[in-house]
Design a protein. Structure first.
Length: 406
């Protein structure tokens, strides 16, 4: 078959999808195989950069929407300002690492803005879910080998945040795909069930709660959305049935999680109201807010946040807004807020409009975007949040596609 100028061939779509999935998968590989070097993170980004340059040379005009252009421009401003803030940083060593991370994220945004199309995003989603299932099977195998729900001494115990991160993303995506009418719901329902089981064993209390919250909200939201478009009895019945399955799946996942000693203890601590006790994240957040009041506009420079909240450069305040505000000041945090608002605005303005959007693909990516939003609002180093920008670009592309066709 003859390719039209500017269209990616099948092999290019496959390669792009694999590289995107590896960006999410490699941290879990390093969690279990510590000999894998950190430079492995760079390889997929440079592959994507090379492919995007090839695509640009074959098609200089890409036909991107105004909203996509706005998103990429905001990202460029955001990364540039944070990099510039290294000129007044308090950090002596960590800033060089964070400069590299920001540079990789910027290259990734530029590459994805060129390479993304619907077939590539669909393939990326399927590969990502498959890799999540694979990592989850390793988690299950560890519990089978030790013969109990006591995770102490396992690889998982010290690296659960990384593992649960991937499992939460894929469980969110697969479960929302199950909810969308017109898909192979039985298959996606089974995959979601397996991923929820794996996630409940991963020790990731926060990831599990975020996934359940998004899944429950999506179930109700998609039910109301479908009923507003088609009021036939059959749609009511199937929608309510899927909502019931959502409740059962959530209860099953929580029941399984409570069998794991460490997860149970941390869930009970949260319910007791002692989650933000002195010495924990609550103390970090209060400390961060105090420093922000002293320098709200310029911040303290790239990578200063760890020194300020805990006295060590490798630490961070477990909240992306506080981390960015401490380092880059008000301009950085306002730009970040605008970046996060663009996918939400694009999704809402195209939802239910004239023309057809791929709901089976758009809805899961919106869910995965919100999952990462919640994750980096309560834990994790934001400068490793490459996936958040990937999902933001995917949401905008899928939501704006019908406008481009029009």
């Amino acid at each position: 078959m003859t390719e039209r100028r500017g269209e990616k061939s099948d092999w290019q779509s496959v390669l792009v999808a694999i590289m995107l999935a590896l960006i999410f998968f490699l941290p879990s590989v390093r969690a279990y195989l510590s000999f894998v070097p950190q430079v492995a993170y760079v390889v997929p980004v440079f592959f994507l950069m090379g492919l995007s340059l090839f695509q640009l040379m074959s098609c200089p005009w890409l036909g991107r929407s105004l909203i996509q252009t706005v998103l990429v421009t905001l990202c460029a401003m955001f990364f540039s300002w944070l990099m510039l803030s290294s000129s007044w940083t308090l950090s002596t060593t960590q800033y060089s690492t964070d400069l590299g991370l920001l540079g990789l994220a910027f290259l990734l945004v530029l590459s994805c803005s060129v390479l993304l199309d619907e077939p590539t995003i669909e393939l990326f989603f399927r590969i990502l879910v498959g890799l999540g299932l694979l990592v989850g099977l390793v988690v299950i195998a560890e519990f089978v080998i030790i013969g109990s729900f006591n995770a102490a001494g396992t690889h998982l115990y010290g690296r659960y945040l990384t593992i649960s991160h991937l499992l939460g993303i894929t469980a969110t995506g697969a479960s929302i795909r199950y909810l969308v009418p017109g898909t192979r719901s039985k298959l996606w329902g089974f995959l979601a069930l397996v991923l929820f089981l794996e996630l409940s064993l991963s020790l990731g209390r926060g990831a599990l709660l975020s996934t359940l919250l998004i899944f429950s909200g999506s179930s109700l939201g998609i039910l109301l959305y479908q009923l507003s478009r088609n009021k036939e009895y059959a749609h009511w019945f199937h929608g309510v049935l899927k909502f019931g399955v959502t409740v059962l799946l959530g209860l099953s996942a929580m029941t399984m999680a409570l069998q794991v000693g460490r997860t149970k203890a941390r869930l009970l601590r949260m319910l007791s109201g002692n989650e933000l006790e002195e010495g924990g994240r609550g103390a970090m957040w209060r400390e961060a807010l105090g420093y922000i009041q002293d320098s709200p506009f310029l911040g303290y420079g790239l990578s200063s946040n760890g020194l300020l909240v805990s006295g060590t450069e490798v630490a961070h305040p477990h909240n992306m807004f506080l981390q960015v505000w401490l380092d880059g000041g008000a301009l950085a945090v306002i730009t970040l807020l605008l970046i996060l608002m663009v996918p939400v605005f694009s999704f809402l303005r195209n939802l239910g409009g004239a023309g057809r959007i791929n709901e089976a693909l758009l809805f899961p990516f919106v869910g995965m975007f919100f999952f990462l939003f919640l994750e980096y609002s309560k834990s994790g180093n934001f400068y490793t949040a490459r996936g958040l920008f990937i999902f933001a670009l995917c949401v905008v592309f899928l939501a704006e596609k019908r406008r481009l066709k029009a």
